[in-house]
Ligand binder design. Sequence first.
Ligand code: GLN
Length: 235
Amino acid sequence: MKLTIGHIYPDLLNLYGDRGNIQCLRKRLEWRGIEAEVFPFCFGDLIDFRKLDIVMLGGGSDREQEIAAGNLRAIRQEVHEFVEDGGVLLAVCGGYQLLGEYYRTSGKIIEGMGILDIYTEWKPERIVQNVILQSPLFSTEVVGFVNHGGRTYIGDYMPFGTVKFGLGNTEHSRQEGLVYKNVIATYLHGPLLPKNPVVCDYLIEKAMQRKYGSNVILKLLPDTEEQRAQKYMME
Ligand code: GLN
C-alpha cells in the first residue's frame, strides 16, 4: 500500500516548520509499513492532483502569499475537484486563507482560490501565541503556534476546534480553523502534525480509506514521547 503526498510551494509557503508536517506524514506511514512518496511542487511546477492522496499547503508572509496566489488561482478547478472528490488537504494559515474568496491586507486584496466560501481581513495587531483547541474530531486537545495578521470569517462551516487557550479565527471567535469534507484548514503551525499525531493519523486514515476502502483502520503507534511532549506543551 502506498500514499502519495504533494507539498505545494515549499519554496514560498513554509512558515514555522510547516515542512515538518510532511516529514511526520511520511514517518508515520513508514512506521506502519505503508510506502510514502512525497512530491514537493515548487512555484511554477505542473501538479497532477489525480496522482495525489494528501496535499499540504503551508503558510507564508503576505508577500509570498501574493506571489503564490496567482498560480493557485490558475489551478483552482483542479484543487476544487480534488477537494470535492474527498482528497485530503491540510491547509495552514496562509494556505488556509488562500482557500477562501480573498485576503484583504493593509494595502491590497489578494484573491484566493474560492474553494471555500470564507474570507480574511487583516488587522495591524498580529495574533502571535500558543493555542490549545478542543476539536470534535479528537478526544485529546490539539496544540499549536499561531502568528498572523488575518482574521478569517468562516460562516457556517464546521470549525476545526473550540479555543481553550489563545485566540481563534478572529479575536472575538472561540472557533478555530474549519473542516470541510477531507480538508482541515487551520491557523496552527507548530508544526501541527508532529505536535498532534492524532491529527496526522486522521489525515492518513482518510486518505487510506479513499484509496483502499472505508474498512481500512490504522495500526496504533506507541507515541509515548509524542504524548509526553504534548502534555508538556499543554502545561
Ligand atoms: N500572511 C498571513 C497573515 O499574516 C499568513 C501568515 C502565516 O501563514 N503565518 O495573516
